[in-house]
Design a protein around this ligand. Sequence first.
Ligand code: ZN
Length: 406
Amino acid sequence: MQIWRKFSQILTLDKAAKKDGRNLIPTDISTIQNASVVFDDETIHWIGEDNDLPEKYLNIKSKSFEGHVLTPELVDGHTHLLFGGDRSLEYSMRLNGADYAEIAKTNGGILSTMRETNILESEKLFKVCIERIKTLINHGVGTIEIKSGYGLSFQKEYELSHIIYQLKQYFAPQVNIINTYMAAHAVPKEFLSSVDYMDKVVLPLMDKLNQEEIIDCVDIFHENGYFTYNDTEKLFDHAIKLGLPFKSHADEFSDNKGALLAATKGALSADHLLCTSKDGISALAKSKTVATLLPGTGFFLGKQQANARDFLDNGVRLSLATDYNPGSCHCDNLMMIASIAAPTLKLNQTELWSAITLNAAHAVGLTNQGAIVKGLAPRFSLFKAKNIDQITYHWGKNLAVNISKL
Ligand SMILES: [Zn+2]
């Protein structure tokens, strides 16, 4: 049994959890001052004001956390952090006015990431990811979803899913890694069509990895020029048959009815959603599928943002993630992205914190965490601050304390 006492504040998100993470108003925030929490490895047993701590816990050794805030665990539910190479030069070229074609001429773009990922041996990729994950952890994140998808051949994608599995073992149990299989990231040139690639690589490899019990979830880039509505439906149906959770990159550049399809089929989340129309939003609102927005990508590329209020005001469950990847959002700080995004996307404080904890957990299938209430799993993030207001206010300053080292 662990007894953590005297936090300046605990953000419980009790009301937000009771409201299913939807239709959240500022007074739903649920905080306790001078608060304590009692838990074991599996479950939270007690939470409340320190003055009310039951007598039976008073004689057990405890830790004191004055000057700290405890929140539900930050969850980064959308990353592509398993990649080789470095595209910093390409980013500078873009800032200096180069267009996509000029970057492609210098062998840049996603093809360069594929090339660099393919030439790196497993061991090197594993090591580079360990450092990236440590940075995310230092920013307060405790659950991280990692997608494969820069190998784009049967053999390399097999290897990438295994690397994520090894990372999962390496960081467990303090840090939870969700292994998402996304060979359906782009269609390699050597295949005749997306259907050809789906049939020869994506689906057979999914079967193999599922048999080996390596992967937790599957994902697809549902977009014009990548994978069609039919490909996506086929992938979802295959996942349903195997009993695997699934999600998609939906409606990012155009309205492909991606959110509609994901919600109708029961996906964990539909991500990006810049072009989703009313039918998609109302399907999401009626479903358990979480809308995951990735505002860092818009900031990084200087492009538009999804209209978060359209989703929120219609009762959709919304989460935010980094989209950490080498091309369109090279950022490993979820708290910073959320702090900057809140005024842009017009999120209130309850929506903001729920989007990176409670709803983000649901977006990766973790329904037994996301609020600090009795009976849920003890997954927390810790910050050196007096209250949550200080954390969102001082954007870019890392106030997180690495909880796995306690
Ligand atoms: Zn993505």
